[in-house]
Design a protein around this ligand. Structure first.
Ligand code: ADP
Ligand code: 5GP
Length: 189
């Protein structure tokens, strides 16, 4: 029943979702792990597609019920977590699970899945570029952007040396090619 998993982590805005969507388009056997999140949908996000959206009280209830493989309070009162039911759902379909999580969640998932997992850190070329990408995405308030930037260096320091692969996301097409290569090598193992 247990299958393989690929874990993407990075500071917000580094380009994880972009790389993850590219790989999902190439591999029909990959399935995105939809996390639970206690924030409101932004942009075109939909409940049950991008996240299982809920309020912080419901999230705390699920923590109390031991429903999560891992969860983190990524920003104050903004909880994110991987539900055990989600892992079961994807593996029972025979699919490879793709995670898009913060760096602490990534480390916890790697410890949990061990050599069934490939952990990939997406690194922004610089903090200036990270800020441009967060602003260019046009989905976050100035306050949310400031909060995300304030945490980004710490996140990179935390994850550096603690993942299987680090990909600097400068020219997007190059990042796609390198991601495809490391993923293909992992699947062939
Ligand atoms: P994350 O999922 O890590 O928060 P996103 O994938 O949403 O990041 O990327 C943040 C923004 O940066 C998006 O607008 C995306 O289109 C853009 N972006 C991602 N990678 C690159 C790149 N290599 N060059 C330029 N823009 C990029
Ligand atoms: P965003 O609000 O930008 O969608 O996500 C904020 C951060 O939470 C990102 O770094 C994202 O990868 C992370 N995140 C999303 N889902 C999970 C999860 O299930 N667990 C953990 N630990 N982090 C998550």
């Amino acid at each position: 029943m247990d299958g393989k998993t690929i874990i993407f982590s990075a500071p917000s805005g580094a380009g994880k979702s972009t790389v993850v969507h590219h790989l999902l388009g190439l591999h029909p056997e990959f399935e995105f792990s939809i996390s639970a999140a206690s924030r409101s949908p932004r942009g075109t996000e939909r409940d049950g597609v991008d996240y299982y959206f809920m309020d912080a009280a419901r999230f705390r209830e699920l923590i109390a019920q031991d429903a999560f493989v891992e969860h983190e309070e990524v920003y104050p009162d903004h909880f994110y977590g991987t539900l055990k039911s989600e892992v079961e759902r994807i593996w029972s379909a025979g699919h490879v699970i793709i995670f898009d999580v913060d760096v602490k969640g990534g480390a916890n998932l790697k410890r949990y899945f061990s050599d069934k997992a490939l952990s990939i850190l997406i690194v922004p070329p610089s903090m200036e570029v990270l800020e441009q990408r967060l602003r260019g995405r046009g989905t976050d308030t100035d306050e949310a952007i400031a909060q995300r930037l304030a945490k980004a260096q710490w996140e990179l320091d935390f994850a550096h040396g603690n993942v299987d692969v680090e990909l600097v996301n400068d020219v997007l097409e190059d990042t796609f090619r390198r991601a495809e290569t490391v993923v293909d090598e992992f699947l062939a193992r």
